[in-house]
Ligand binder design. Structure first.
Ligand code: ADP
Ligand code: MG
Length: 407
């Protein structure tokens, strides 16, 4: 029943971006895994959102998880999830095109950038997650089945300007990405990503806080029997590698700055480190925890309509809104982060949330906290404050005309 495979051209911008990715990222190639895990986790989040209104999409008792498997002989690495999946149209628009305004200008800047650091920073701000696979793979195969559909789509590309797309035999809901790895070249920063110990280290380092289990396939060989009947037995097990603990609920003293920074990259889709982070636990009449970040650079699309502001809202550790604008006044829209409250109802519409008294109180609390945090920065770390002000001073000034209480 499978439709013929079609070959398609990447959009011109995508082609240029891929070319830059493949040819200008020399260090830190391992971040491709962080990006694919981050996408898998987003896909599971999306499935959970959709399943609120359509419970049939998520059979009761099914575990939502991410799975990583290396095949040493085939030289492949596979990342799978049982999240939302993609339809054929979605694959074409999400994977084959970059639908962001200002893309062309951004790529031009990257081409003109002189150093690897400068290119990295620009690519970082742009956040081209999925394409980072081509840093380590010379061919990428993506097989995906959209929740609620029984069509499986297969997409494949060598990253050189075209991709193929077609129908595949029916597979379970979710996405399987197979990387056909380039030969390892440790001297040039390309580790052997077929080795489970590398994978385990990378997952722990960049993705420990992911809230779904990340299973890593581990193969061991043991000898069984005695004397002549002694034989080698291969065993396969799947081990959960991440701790899954929400990072904002861990004690400050237990979390390294690096971990806070990695979490920032996951939620903001920014590849660069944040300038500052702030962990705030409000106690008393209403209780919540906020982990907030100030980016180092204004996002490249900060002044475009498409700029997505808002904090992630969790209720008792479950994400209920991915980007909730009403948690902060508009002039603080550059702040990224998470708010986790135990007092809000789990099943509440965005419209009702906007008017919720608790939300109004949280917004007031966060605003006051942030403004005093900035003041503190100015008093104690003037140079850092100036860096911050250079990027976001214009946004702050909007507050003078809109936030009379805190003027
Ligand atoms: P971003 O994550 O910043 O949107 P990416 O390049 O990482 O950018 O991914 C592009 C898009 O492709 C995602 O927004 C998502 O719609 C889709 N996508 C990528 N990976 C998956 C996946 N595992 N499951 C479902 N959709 C995915
Ligand atoms: Mg991504």
């Amino acid at each position: 029943m499978s439709a013929p495979k079609e070959t398609m051209q990447f959009q011109a911008e995508t082609r240029q971006l891929l070319d830059l990715m493949i040819h200008s990222i020399y260090s830190n190639k391992e971040i491709f895994l962080r990006e694919l895990i981050s996408n898998a986790s987003d896909a599971i989040d999306k499935l959970r959102f959709e399943a609120i209104g359509r419970p049939d999409l998520l059979p009761a008792g099914e575990e939502l998880a991410i799975k990583i498997e290396a095949d040493e002989e085939a030289g492949t690495l596979t990342i799978s999830d049982n999240g939302i999946g993609m339809s054929r149209e979605e694959v074409i628009s999400h994977i084959g095109t970059i639908a962001k305004s200002g893309t062309r200008e951004m790529i031009q800047k990257m081409k003109e950038a002189k150093s690897e650091g400068a290119v990295n920073e620009l690519i970082g701000q742009f956040g081209v997650g999925f394409y980072s696979s081509f840093i380590v793979a010379d061919k990428v195969t993506l097989k995906t089945t959209r929740a609620g559909s029984n069509e499986t789509v297969i997409w494949e590309s060598t990253g050189d300007g075209t991709y193929s797309i077609g129908a595949a035999d029916a597979a379970p809901r979710g996405t399987v990405i197979t990387l056909h790895l380039k030969p390892a070249d440790p001297e040039n920063g390309l580790d052997d990503f077929r080795k489970t110990w590398h994978l385990e280290r990378i997952i722990k380092r960049y993705s420990d806080f992911i809230s779904y289990p990340i299973y890593l396939k581990i193969e061991t060989e043991t000898e069984e029997g005695e004397g002549d009947s002694k034989k080698k037995v291969k065993k396969t097990e799947y081990k959960i590698v991440n701790s899954m603990k929400p990072i904002w609920l861990r004690a400050k003293s237990d979390v390294k700055d690096e971990e806070y920074n990695e979490f920032y990259k996951h939620i903001s889709h920014d590849w660069n480190e944040p300038l500052k982070h702030l962990l705030y636990r409000a106690e008393g009449r209403i209780e919540y925890t906020a982990l907030l970040y100030i980016p180092k650079k204004a996002p490249w699309d900060f002044f475009y309509q498409s700029y997505k502001s808002g904090l992630q809202l969790y209720v008792k550790r479950v994400m209920v809104v991915e980007a909730f604008e009403d948690l902060l006044p508009r002039y603080l829209r550059f702040v990224k982060g998470v708010v986790d409250s135990s007092d809000l109802p789990l099943n509440i519409s965005r419209e009702l949330l906007q008017q919720d008294r608790q939300i109004v109180a949280i917004r007031k609390g966060l605003t006051a906290k942030l403004l005093s945090f900035f003041q503190d920065m100015l008093n104690k770390e003037r140079a850092v404050y100036l860096e911050f002000y250079r990027e976001f001073g214009n946004a702050l000034k909007e507050g003078v005309n809109s936030d009379f209480e805190n003027r």
